[in-house]
Each structure stands twice: as structure tokens, then as C-alpha cells.
Design a protein around this ligand. Structure first.
Ligand SMILES: *Cc1c(COP(=O)(O)O)cnc(C)c1O
Length: 378
């Protein structure tokens, strides 16, 4: 079945479900006598949870999936489930802030050793030692949309029996299916593209059954389960995932050209640009470069606060992946608490903005941005 059909297809979790939509089973109690099994939300095995996790797993050609109440519940549960004290974990320098905070404030505390690396395969390979049990990456990364060569990473890790994990949030399953490239586990903040309407907080993990069952067992302890109504909303969102993301891709592609040629834009970061550091790899592992892009204005050419305040259609907001275009200043939001020196090292400057392009008419988005640029020019 093609991807768009998998998005729409009703999943029949049980024989009794003959409707196009799975009924919302708002129940925490089920008779155990007839089925012999205990269904309970915190066991992550209710009909609504399994319907949606089955669909997400099928979208990424994975054996099995599990859904959570947030992306961070998915990430923290996966890492806690698969790592032991004494293990060595390799992560990227440029990762989602919440993941870095979890690694720093929790994993290090329980005796997991961590190395931070650049996205190049050679650098990742160089960090591997005999205790390395997991490599976790993002691709594209936030906020500079760097790319990891996922096939090369999978090959390096497989040769040494190391588990590979990707946070695939920025790409979405429409643009990138890491399991097909040899990565073991793919995680999503479903709050972004999967739900797509900026109204739902959820997460998902997909991969081989052997990994998902360990994660599910640990999930019982941490309890970050998704409620039946949100499972339903997520399934409703997934039906339009393909069509939404493709339109977002198209809009982003059109906008990038215009932004890139604007006289006061210094640099655009987007995996679809020929000058992107790994554009040749983007073509081999992504169906499209996505709809998240960052840019830096030329030195002191614009007042960022005035720019943000002058937008009408585009919403200044820290999340992404929704059908509405949003813009965020990493300097003022996600990396606000980071020491100035560290921000400088990472290139998180005041004139950096990250856009998540929505499904509005692309020329309306462009006009809104260009009008705000004119007002905010100094
Ligand atoms: C938002 C986000 C997360 C965290 O997801 P929540 O649903 O907010 O918990 C993790 N990774 C990436 C790349 C994200 O953008």
C-alpha cells in the first residue's frame, strides 16, 4: 500500500471494529475473564493506543510502535529503557534542547557516559569505544537543519552492535523513513507534524518488536500514556499527514528561493539548497527536504523584535510542524538560558530565526515576511 493510503486506512484493531473510525474507548477498566488479558492505559495496550501505534509503525515500515503523551515521554522512556549505568551514549551537539537537558540532568546522574559530536560520520565513528551501546541523532537538526548520513551511520553502528536512534520529528514520516535506511529506532514528537494542528501533545516510537517491547515494559514505570481522545485526534490528523506535509514542503521550497535572494538575508539554512553541506545525501535519504528552515539576517540590518511584532499572518511561536506558518527566535526562546559563550559556539545569534512553513498561500506568507522586513529594517 502507498504512503497516502496508509495514512487514511482505518486500522481494525479488533474484529468488532467495522467503522471507518475507531470508537473512543473511554474506559480504564476491561473484563479480564473473557480475553485473558489486562487492557489498561498505562500498559500502553488499549485499543485506541494500539490502533494509532500500528498506523504510525506502518508509515515508517517498522515492525511495531508505541505512542506516548509527549515527545519527551517517548525520548526519556526509550533512553531509560535501553541504557544501563556504565554505558556510553553518543549524541549530536545540536539536538533538541529537552533531550540535551534530559541527558545532562538525568542520564549523567545515573552513570551513563555521554559524548557530543558533530554530524559527520567520521566524527561519530571516532567517538565509539567498547562501552558504546547507543548513538542518538537528529536529522535534520534544530536549528541549522544539518544532515546525518543515516545509511552510513547505520552501517558503522551495526558492525559494532550499537543501537541507533533518531529523533525524526523535523522530517516527519512523509519525508524520511529511517527504519528503511537501517536505523533501529525512530522517535517523534507527535506534537509537531504528526498532529499538525498545534492542538495536541503526543509522541511515538517505532522499531523492531524486540526494542518496542522493552520500551513498553519500562513505559509501565514512567507512565507517559496517551489518553483515548488524544489517540483519536492523532488518528484524525494522520489521515491528512501526507497531503499537509507535501503542501508544506512545496510552500517552503518556493519561499526559500525568495528569502535566499533577499538583499538583507545573510544566509538561509535549508537541506534543499544546493549549497547545503550535505545536499547530495539529502537526495538519497529524504523524499523532500521538509518545511523547516532557518535564516540569519546580515549584521545589524534588522530589529528582530520589531520584525516579529510586524507579522500579521505568520505567528511568532516556539513550536513547529502545524498547518500555520510560525517563526521562532532560538536566541530568545529554546536557547534563552544557554550561556552567551555556548550560544556563540553553536552559532545561536540574535539575528537567527527558524521558520516552520504552513499550508497558507505561499505568496501571502512571502508578502507578510517581506512587509515585516521593510518595517523592521534599521
Ligand atoms: C518538540 C520536540 C521534542 C519534544 O516533544 P514534546 O512533544 O514537546 O515533548 C523532541 N524533539 C524535537 C526535535 C522536537 O521538535
Amino acid at each position: 500500500m502507498k504512503f497516502s493510503s496508509k495514512c487514511v486506512r482505518p486500522i481494525k484493531a479488533t474484529g468488532e471494529c467495522q467503522t471507518t473510525n475507531t470508537p473512543i474507548y473511554a474506559s480504564t477498566v476491561s473484563r479480564f475473564i473473557d480475553s485473558g488479558q489486562q487492557y489498561y492505559p498505562r500498559y500502553f495496550n488499549t485499543i485506541n493506543q494500539e490502533t494509532i501505534s500500528t498506523k504510525i509503525a506502518s508509515l515508517e515500515s517498522a515492525e511495531k510502535g508505541i505512542v506516548f503523551s509527549s515527545g519527551m515521554a517517548a525520548i526519556s522512556t526509550t533512553l531509560m529503557a535501553l541504557l544501563r549505568p556504565g554505558d556510553h551514549l553518543i549524541v549530536l551537539k545540536e539536538m533538541y534542547g529537552g533531550t540535551i537537558a534530559f541527558v545532562e540532568e538525568k542520564l549523567k546522574l545515573i552513570g551513563i557516559n555521554v559524548s557530543y559530536v558533530d554530524t559527520a560520520t567520521e566524527f561519530i565513528k571516532d567517538e565509539i569505544n567498547e562501552k558504546t551501546t547507543m548513538i542518538m541523532v537528529e536529522s535534520p537538526t534544530n536549528p541549522f537543519l544539518s544532515i546525518v548520513d543515516l545509511r552510513a551511520l547505520a552501517a558503522v553502528a551495526k558492525a559494532k552492535n550499537i543501537i541507533t536512534v533518531i529523533d525524526n520529528t523535523f522530517a516527519s514520516p512523509v519525508n524520511q523513513r529511517p527504519i528503511e535506511l537501517g536505523i533501529d529506532i525512530s522517535i517523534h514528537s507527535g506534537t509537531k507534524f504528526l498532529s499538525g494542528h498545534s492542538d495536541l501533545c503526543c509522541g511515538a516510537v517505532v522499531g523492531q518488536e524486540k526494542y518496542i517491547s522493552i520500551i513498553q515494559h519500562h513505559a509501565h514505570h514512567f507512565g507517559g500514556c496517551l489518553n483515548p481522545l488524544d489517540c483519536y485526534l492523532l488518528d484524525r490528523s494522520l489521515k491528512t499527514l501526507d497531503i499537509r506535509v507535501k503542501q508544506q514542503n512545496l510552500n517552503a521550497k518556493k519561499l526559500v528561493g525568495f528569502l535566499n535572494s533577499h538583499e538583507i538575508v545573510g544566509r538561509v539554512y535549508y537541506p534543499g539548497l544546493p549549497e547545503h553541506q550535505r545536499s547530495h545525501i539529502v537526495e538519497t535519504q529524504m523524499d523532500a527536504p521538509g518545511s523547516v528552515l532557518s535564516l540569519k539576517f546580515k549584521n545589524n540590518s534588522i530589529s528582530i523584535t520589531q520584525f516579529l511584532n510586524s507579522l500579521n499572518l505568520v505567528t511568532p511561536g516556539i513550536s513547529l510542524g502545524g498547518i500555520e506558518t510560525t517563526v521562532c527566535s532560538p536566541y530568545l526562546t529554546s536557547h534563552h538560558k544557554m550561556p552567551e559563550q555556548k550560544r556563540k559556539e553553536l552559532g545561536i545569534t540574535r539575528d537567527l530565526l527558524r521558520f516552520s512553513i504552513g499550508i497558507e498561500a505561499w505568496d501571502d506568507i512571502a508578502n507578510d515576511i517581506f512587509k515585516a522586513i521593510e518595517i523592521a529594517r534599521v
